[in-house]
Design a protein around this ligand. Structure first.
Ligand code: MN
Length: 241
């Protein structure tokens, strides 16, 4: 049995091939998993639990079938779907996880994050993150009409794409000192995250100790999954039929 980690699917009505691959993954490899962890940005955007569109509803139905079959599913907020809440959990059978979180995998404690909090060189993004994670801001946003929320989310997405395109590649990656601080605070050897869409297994040193940083990939052109079993972690890409 293995524990599976995925992130950054960015499921959206405009990208049906991602949804199709996700549903196949849920009906295939995920059915045999000990647990499935989705480490943020399952959805391209999420304007509230009261307004899933058809693509989002199909993904939720797929998750529901998986959790009903007995595979526990855990979802962490990403920077796109940080408004996922209790109704989403009721619909999908998934549980929302705090970020950061330490998960013990086959005897090894692993620090798990979405990853956006580590991108501290991007100050403008960190200011935005602090705003939208504020409970009062979220309440105000959720009180708007679905139409108004959709319009704002669309503008935010366009703004985010323009911002990322304008920033240097290194600025939108994780900051080495933030990674070191997170590993130090968690006292783990391994950090696992998504968000940057730069799948890799990095070896590094913090305080003279060897550590590992595992980065999940996005699902834009193929799937990306980290399979962790007794033998350890394996980062795979899933070819799209
Ligand atoms: Mn993200």
């Amino acid at each position: 049995m293995a524990t599976l980690f995925i992130s950054d699917l960015h499921i959206d009505a405009g990208r049906p091939q991602i949804l199709d691959q996700f549903l196949r993954f849920l009906q295939g490899e995920a059915r045999d998993a000990e647990a499935l962890y989705i480490l943020g940005d399952l959805f391209e955007s999420w304007i509230g639990d009261d307004a899933p569109d058809a693509a989002q509803s199909a993904a939720i139905a797929g998750l529901r079938t998986l959790t009903l079959s007995g595979v526990p599913c855990f979802v962490m907020h990403g920077n796109r779907d940080f408004l996922l809440s209790s109704r989403f959990c009721d619909m999908s059978g998934a549980e929302i996880l705090p970020d950061p979180l330490i998960v013990t995998l086959y005897g090894e404690a692993v620090l798990v994050m979405h990853g956006d909090a580590l991108c501290t060189d991007d100050r403008a993004y960190q200011r935005l993150r602090a705003t939208v994670r504020d409970a009062a801001w979220q309440q105000q946003f959720l009180a708007l009409s679905v139409q108004a929320r959709r319009a704002l989310a669309g503008a935010a997405r366009a703004g985010s794409q323009a911002h990322t395109a304008a920033m240097e590649y290194a600025i939108t990656d994780v900051n080495a000192e933030s990674v070191a601080m997170a590993l130090r605070a968690a006292a783990t050897s391994t950090l696992l995250h998504g968000h940057t869409h730069r799948p890799a297994i990095h070896a590094l040193q913090v305080d003279g100790r060897p550590r590992t940083r595992i980065v999940l990939g996005d699902w834009y052109d193929q799937g990306s999954v980290l399979r962790w079993d007794q033998a350890g972690p394996e980062l795979k890409s899933l070819q799209r039929a």
